[in-house]
Design a protein around this ligand. Sequence first.
Ligand code: GDP
Length: 331
Amino acid sequence: MVDTRDKKVLELIKRITCGERRALSQAITFSESTRKDHRDIAKGVLSKLNNNNDKTVRIAVTGSPGVGKSTFIESFGLDLINKGLNVAVLAVDPSSVSSGGSILGDKTRMELLSKERRAYIRPSPTKGSLGGTNLRTQEAIILCEAAGFDVILIETVGVGQSETMASQMVDVFCLLLGPSGGDELQGVKRGITEISDLILVNKCDGQLKNIAETTRAEYSKALQFFRRREIDAPSYPKVLTISSIEKSGLRDTWKEIKNLITWRKQSGMFFKIREEQKLTWFHREITNCINLRIENSEKILKKKKELEKKIRKGLTLPLNAAEKLALEIIR
Ligand code: GDP
């Protein structure tokens, strides 16, 4: 049994590192699975791959539905491919995002990019995750890097928690906004703006151009009042105007991303961020392992139900019950 698993693991690693898409997709599917045999294969594969690849660039692209994320990723991704880079996209599937999603749920997203040999697009599962980012996205990043992708774009929809999670997996966090004058300034969740490295005001074209420029100016001004982070290079975070349709501002976007990464590498921040991210991953996994332990043990589940009953009746405090259950888990 173990032999077959080991064989499968080695075979997958070989095929993934040769850049075989089907093997990559299969490994991501195993990683996302809740079946123990699948997870064991995924863990086997991941354990043997390099998770310290500092040559790759991991970028989050976030923003409300309709702001132009998939149009941006398609244009930006094609630009990067033209520079000779391999681009992987871990994308939100708009039809499965409950928070509004895209009204164009049935349209083919990133049609041109998906035809490129140097591109790989993988829709995120939304099960157990908000806006498409979850614990397994981290594993998909490592798998894509092993398959030879230089740039990993992670798309999320602006629903708070998924942004925080995405920011804990990427080197650069990009927030896409629409041209809306200053009115929206209050509306955009401050938390998201605070974790952004680049704010891209999209749709800076045609009649929207002036209003996009105003939005850029107002956000630039607002950013001056934000607390500087240790990881901020001088003059970052920055606000740029772009048009994903006219493909303007995309080169500048890449230039800014590269500048920021160079600064962070020279200052040691790049490695510090990735180290911290690994610890965050570890901490999330601890919680995940404990939850799995509870779910997979009838004895512990029974004890949990008993304690829940007692809590409802006011016979025990939640904190005491939690301690009792924790003792049961480590026993
Ligand atoms: P998403 O939901 O954030 O992925 O947004 P989409 O990429 O699906 O774009 C939503 C709408 O905005 C579509 O009708 C796009 O054609 C339009 N759009 C996207 N980028 C631009 C742009 O740069 N300029 C203009 N004028 N429209 C854009």
